[in-house]
Design a protein. Structure first.
Length: 160
Protein backbone atom coordinates (compact mmCIF):
# COMPACT_ATOMS: atom_id res chain seq x y z
CA UNK A 1 0.00 0.00 0.00
CA UNK A 2 1.18 3.49 -0.84
CA UNK A 3 -0.04 6.72 0.80
CA UNK A 4 0.32 10.02 -1.01
CA UNK A 5 -1.17 13.52 -1.04
CA UNK A 6 -4.48 13.68 -2.88
CA UNK A 7 -4.90 15.72 -6.05
CA UNK A 8 -8.01 17.04 -7.77
CA UNK A 9 -7.76 14.02 -10.09
CA UNK A 10 -8.48 11.83 -7.04
CA UNK A 11 -11.78 13.60 -6.31
CA UNK A 12 -14.05 10.95 -7.85
CA UNK A 13 -12.33 8.10 -6.00
CA UNK A 14 -12.45 10.04 -2.72
CA UNK A 15 -16.12 10.84 -3.25
CA UNK A 16 -16.85 7.14 -3.88
CA UNK A 17 -15.48 6.37 -0.40
CA UNK A 18 -16.52 9.41 1.61
CA UNK A 19 -20.04 10.16 0.32
CA UNK A 20 -21.72 6.86 1.31
CA UNK A 21 -20.13 6.95 4.77
CA UNK A 22 -21.18 10.54 5.47
CA UNK A 23 -24.65 9.95 4.05
CA UNK A 24 -25.14 6.90 6.29
CA UNK A 25 -24.93 9.30 9.22
CA UNK A 26 -23.74 6.75 11.77
CA UNK A 27 -20.02 7.50 12.27
CA UNK A 28 -19.43 11.21 11.55
CA UNK A 29 -21.22 14.20 13.07
CA UNK A 30 -21.56 15.78 9.64
CA UNK A 31 -24.73 16.80 7.81
CA UNK A 32 -25.78 13.62 5.99
CA UNK A 33 -27.56 15.36 3.13
CA UNK A 34 -24.60 17.30 1.71
CA UNK A 35 -24.15 17.48 -2.05
CA UNK A 36 -21.15 15.86 -3.70
CA UNK A 37 -19.54 19.30 -4.04
CA UNK A 38 -20.05 20.04 -0.34
CA UNK A 39 -18.58 16.67 0.63
CA UNK A 40 -15.47 17.24 -1.47
CA UNK A 41 -15.16 20.79 -0.14
CA UNK A 42 -15.30 19.44 3.41
CA UNK A 43 -12.90 16.48 2.93
CA UNK A 44 -10.42 18.31 0.70
CA UNK A 45 -10.78 21.79 2.21
CA UNK A 46 -7.98 24.33 2.26
CA UNK A 47 -7.66 23.83 6.02
CA UNK A 48 -6.63 20.19 5.50
CA UNK A 49 -3.85 18.07 4.09
CA UNK A 50 -5.79 15.28 2.35
CA UNK A 51 -4.12 11.98 1.50
CA UNK A 52 -5.10 8.76 -0.21
CA UNK A 53 -4.06 5.16 0.28
CA UNK A 54 -3.59 3.17 -2.92
CA UNK A 55 -3.16 -0.51 -3.69
CA UNK A 56 -2.41 -1.57 -7.25
CA UNK A 57 -3.37 1.90 -8.50
CA UNK A 58 -6.78 1.81 -6.81
CA UNK A 59 -7.76 4.18 -3.99
CA UNK A 60 -8.63 2.08 -0.92
CA UNK A 61 -8.72 4.79 1.73
CA UNK A 62 -8.38 8.48 2.44
CA UNK A 63 -7.60 10.66 5.41
CA UNK A 64 -6.96 14.27 6.27
CA UNK A 65 -4.87 16.15 8.82
CA UNK A 66 -5.81 19.61 10.03
CA UNK A 67 -5.12 21.94 12.92
CA UNK A 68 -7.59 21.14 15.67
CA UNK A 69 -7.71 24.64 17.21
CA UNK A 70 -6.06 27.98 16.61
CA UNK A 71 -3.82 30.04 18.86
CA UNK A 72 -2.58 28.20 21.93
CA UNK A 73 -4.10 24.95 20.65
CA UNK A 74 -2.50 25.06 17.21
CA UNK A 75 0.09 22.42 18.13
CA UNK A 76 -2.66 19.76 18.26
CA UNK A 77 -3.99 18.26 15.05
CA UNK A 78 -7.15 16.39 14.15
CA UNK A 79 -7.64 13.70 11.51
CA UNK A 80 -10.50 11.92 9.77
CA UNK A 81 -10.13 8.50 8.13
CA UNK A 82 -12.28 6.48 5.75
CA UNK A 83 -11.67 3.14 4.09
CA UNK A 84 -13.32 1.76 0.97
CA UNK A 85 -15.93 -0.87 1.90
CA UNK A 86 -14.08 -3.33 -0.39
CA UNK A 87 -10.91 -2.85 1.71
CA UNK A 88 -12.49 -3.01 5.17
CA UNK A 89 -10.80 -5.39 7.61
CA UNK A 90 -7.43 -5.40 5.81
CA UNK A 91 -5.55 -2.97 8.07
CA UNK A 92 -5.93 0.06 5.79
CA UNK A 93 -7.24 2.35 8.57
CA UNK A 94 -4.42 1.23 10.85
CA UNK A 95 -1.79 2.01 8.24
CA UNK A 96 -3.37 5.38 7.47
CA UNK A 97 -3.40 6.30 11.16
CA UNK A 98 0.22 5.18 11.58
CA UNK A 99 1.13 7.28 8.54
CA UNK A 100 -0.78 10.27 9.94
CA UNK A 101 1.13 10.07 13.23
CA UNK A 102 4.42 10.37 11.34
CA UNK A 103 3.19 13.11 8.99
CA UNK A 104 1.62 15.10 11.82
CA UNK A 105 4.90 15.14 13.69
CA UNK A 106 6.73 16.18 10.51
CA UNK A 107 4.21 19.03 10.14
CA UNK A 108 5.15 20.24 13.62
CA UNK A 109 2.17 18.98 15.62
CA UNK A 110 2.82 17.75 19.14
CA UNK A 111 -0.41 15.86 19.73
CA UNK A 112 -3.43 14.45 17.89
CA UNK A 113 -7.02 14.69 19.11
CA UNK A 114 -10.16 13.02 17.84
CA UNK A 115 -12.96 15.31 18.98
CA UNK A 116 -16.06 13.21 18.45
CA UNK A 117 -15.54 9.45 18.09
CA UNK A 118 -18.94 7.79 18.10
CA UNK A 119 -18.85 5.21 20.90
CA UNK A 120 -20.88 2.70 18.86
CA UNK A 121 -18.10 2.71 16.22
CA UNK A 122 -16.39 -0.07 18.14
CA UNK A 123 -13.82 -0.85 15.44
CA UNK A 124 -12.54 2.73 15.46
CA UNK A 125 -12.50 3.00 19.26
CA UNK A 126 -10.60 -0.30 19.49
CA UNK A 127 -8.07 0.68 16.80
CA UNK A 128 -7.39 4.15 18.17
CA UNK A 129 -6.89 2.66 21.64
CA UNK A 130 -4.43 0.09 20.27
CA UNK A 131 -2.51 2.91 18.59
CA UNK A 132 -2.02 4.75 21.88
CA UNK A 133 -4.99 7.11 22.02
CA UNK A 134 -6.57 7.62 25.43
CA UNK A 135 -10.23 8.37 25.94
CA UNK A 136 -10.02 11.67 27.81
CA UNK A 137 -13.69 12.53 27.71
CA UNK A 138 -17.13 11.03 27.19
CA UNK A 139 -20.05 13.12 25.99
CA UNK A 140 -23.20 11.24 27.07
CA UNK A 141 -25.84 11.05 24.34
CA UNK A 142 -24.08 13.71 22.26
CA UNK A 143 -24.64 11.95 18.93
CA UNK A 144 -28.04 11.10 17.49
CA UNK A 145 -27.37 7.79 15.75
CA UNK A 146 -29.88 7.04 12.95
CA UNK A 147 -30.78 3.61 14.38
CA UNK A 148 -29.45 3.55 17.96
CA UNK A 149 -30.70 6.98 19.03
CA UNK A 150 -28.70 8.95 21.58
CA UNK A 151 -25.16 7.60 21.58
CA UNK A 152 -22.08 8.72 23.49
CA UNK A 153 -19.23 10.47 21.73
CA UNK A 154 -15.63 10.13 22.91
CA UNK A 155 -12.75 12.58 22.90
CA UNK A 156 -9.52 10.65 22.24
CA UNK A 157 -6.03 12.10 22.54
CA UNK A 158 -2.42 11.11 21.99
CA UNK A 159 0.87 12.97 22.35
CA UNK A 160 3.15 12.63 19.35
Amino acid sequence: MHIRPATQEDSAAILDIVAPILRAGDTYAIDSDMTDEQILSYWMGKDKVTLIAEEDGKVVGTYYIRQNQGGGGSHVCNCGYMTSPAATGRGIARRMCEDSLVRAKELGYRAMQFNFVIASNEAAVHLWSKLGFETVGRLPGAFMHPTLGETDALVMYRKL
